[in-house]
Design a protein around this ligand. Sequence first.
Ligand SMILES: NC(=O)c1ccc[n+]([C@@H]2O[C@H](COP(=O)([O-])OP(=O)(O)OC[C@H]3O[C@@H](n4cnc5c(N)ncnc54)[C@H](OP(=O)(O)O)[C@@H]3O)[C@@H](O)[C@H]2O)c1
Length: 301
Amino acid sequence: MKKLLMIALYTSSICAKTWLVFGGSTGWIGQMAITMLRKQGYDAISAQSRLQNRESVLHEIQTVKPNFILNAAGVTGRPNVDWCEDHRQETLRTNIIGALTLCDCAFLCDVPVINLGTGCIYSYDEQHQMLSDAGFKEEDEPNFAGSFYSYTKIMLDKMLQEYPNVLNLRLRMPISDDLNKRNFITKITRYQKVVNIPNSMSVLHDLLPLIPQMAERGLRGNLNFVNPGVIFHNEILALYKEYIDPTFVWQNFSIEEHDSILKAKRSNNELDASKLLGQFPQIPHIKKRSYLFLNGCGKMC
Ligand SMILES: NC(=O)c1ccc[n+]([C@@H]2O[C@H](COP(=O)([O-])OP(=O)(O)OC[C@H]3O[C@@H](n4cnc5c(N)ncnc54)[C@H](OP(=O)(O)O)[C@@H]3O)[C@@H](O)[C@H]2O)c1
């Protein structure tokens, strides 16, 4: 029995595929991804190179010889994306030069890359009105460059389409069970005033574990990486009050007031999740998921 166990352990260790994760040491989503990959039996290695350092990236890929690369590295700005307005070269260096460098090096080494992009490149318009169920599809032309951050992500979204080794996952307003300050729920509970708009959101607990299957299935191109449907910000806050903090109160304000206190505009939209559901029909609607999330004092079911 002991011998069988040893053989099983030995076999699984020599068979485990390797992921090289950029943003895996310090990034909010990158660290979660490392934990998830290890839970699923993969070797997950946190990359040490800065994305824009081509020689270093190439050397690391050639040394680690990963089966897959996850790019969870990016500049999002601190305390928020307004930072990118005044740090344009730093933002370009990572979000465009860096991400392209990584994907290009991986292309030369024949390694697939799953890139964490964003769906904050669209804004409701005539053809995609709020609550109309007409979400933006992967092939729709981006129409929101109201922030420099989104502008860089649009450029990258387009350029990555030229790389046959890349799957670009468009995340939106990620929600998790850790109440981390980067979690969208935590963010809106800390704002003095909140706009009340329906939006597509990504419940990381549902979506991150699908990444290995996406890689194994060889998915490529752009993919909206959100739970189906939309939820109003006030609905999230009401659930937060009901299940997490009964003393919580909040105030709303209009988009015009909201825009007047920020350097850059923010994107609000619904992304069409049908391409993702075609691969993973089990992904729950965002309203159902938010309820489950908050009805458990921050513990995902
Ligand atoms: N969180 C969101 O609301 C959200 C929404 C949609 C999309 N996304 C995208 O998802 C990705 C991850 O987001 P996150 O929330 O996990 O961000 P995060 O917590 O700020 O982590 C960003 C990670 O990127 C690394 N990084 C930054 N510049 C780098 C460079 N030039 N070379 C190598 N690593 C670099 C950082 O490492 P250092 O600490 O060493 O700098 C950090 O580990 C980003 O691309 C972001 O645009 C996030």
